[in-house]
Design a protein around this ligand. Sequence first.
Ligand code: NAD
Length: 435
Amino acid sequence: MEISIFGLGYVGCVSLGCLAKNGHRVIGVDVNQFKVDLINKGLPTIVEKDIDNIISEEFKRGKITATVFAEEAVLNSEVSILCVGTPSSPQGHLNLSYIYKTAEQIGEALAKKDSFHVVIIRSTVMPGTNKKIGEIIENSSGKKRGVAFSVVSNPEFLREGSAVKDYYNPAVTVIGGDHELALKKVASIYEELDAPIEITDIEVAEIIKYVNNSFHALKITFANEVGNICKALEIDSHHVMQIFCKDTHLNISPAYFKPGFAYGGSCLPKDLMGMVTLAHDHYLLSPVLNAIHDSNENQKRLAFEIIQRTGKKKIALMGLSFKEGTDDLRYSPSVDLAEKMIGKGYSLSIYDKNVHLSKLVGANKQFIDEHLPHLSDLITNDPMEAIESADIILINHKNFDGHKYKSALSQKSAVIDLVRIEDLENLPNYHGLCW
Ligand SMILES: NC(=O)c1ccc[n+]([C@@H]2O[C@H](COP(=O)([O-])OP(=O)(O)OC[C@H]3O[C@@H](n4cnc5c(N)ncnc54)[C@H](O)[C@@H]3O)[C@@H](O)[C@H]2O)c1
């Protein structure tokens, strides 16, 4: 394929070399004449393992050239990959001026081109940028998106220092677009790579890089805080984290990664508090660990705000224990929410398959006596009775049978789902907590 690459920095230079090595003819474009001259001498623009050999070999094979002229590159390629810089402003916003300028230049060149062109956004950009770039190209080319060109989001995941290796071994290739042929064309560029290709919505492809990098930053700071606490206790933090990583069921795994309601129960809140207290007792700051509780409380606040916005006061709470399949009410976020609603004058009907007042004993009973002393007046064994008595249905257990109760729920003012019951999502009165 004939490919043009805009921006010959870390991402652009690696893409230039690796795509050429994979058999494509690649034209690099940069506003910086010095970088263009380097490529035209067979030299890389960056210091990065293996890239010097790749650029030199592919240059000799005639697979690589570079120019400062956008038009020349667009007219001689069918795909343009945007790898220009997107630095942050001091306020944390992205400076998209370079990428917008590039889009304008591509549009001007497309005005002189008859064949279909695919623009790939490889730079890291905020959701909404793909659409905006499409508009800029439409304005400067006078042509229509989807007819003369398409804009596809395809974030780059490589890391400096291991960029070539990362380029050839991504965990996944993410491609977001709205034009089937363009998506197929972009996917074909990566078909030699041994990685799954995930074709998705534009906005999903745009945000994923931010989600990935935020999580990577969280991992680093989490491990560092664990390290600080371990050091204070003379425990080998590296050994701890090695063992931590061996748990691929709950630690390094998809477990707990579904957006939803707050955590609760007798272990997570208690043990997190224990860890935070350990840090505090050793005069250590642990801002990441400290923030977890606030974030969890915020999720309960958000659920309550959705309830408030309905303007209705009769609520059926489907699930009271901290998760389905147990009668454990200790530190259940639903108990907190119920307590808050009662305090604010809501009338509540509660159904929970596993919670039978006569069977509650010990700490579980003590907890509920303290927090919801009138639970016996609120609880029913009949889910339909709870639903019929309420205007708002609040679902907090994943095993709720959405299919069975869908018709009854469709009559209600609102169905507020804290756990994402698939069967209910297309109800017009449906509200997901964070989806
Ligand atoms: N560096 C990384 O490890 C990495 C990894 C993944 C994604 N990214 C993202 O990729 C993008 C590029 O990052 P980078 O580190 O390669 O940036 P960089 O600053 O090294 O390179 C950007 C290049 O774009 C050029 N440029 C600016 N305006 C231009 C224009 N109108 N036409 C042509 N070229 C133009 C600049 O001269 C520069 O050479 C950013 O959005 C970044 O967030 C970077």
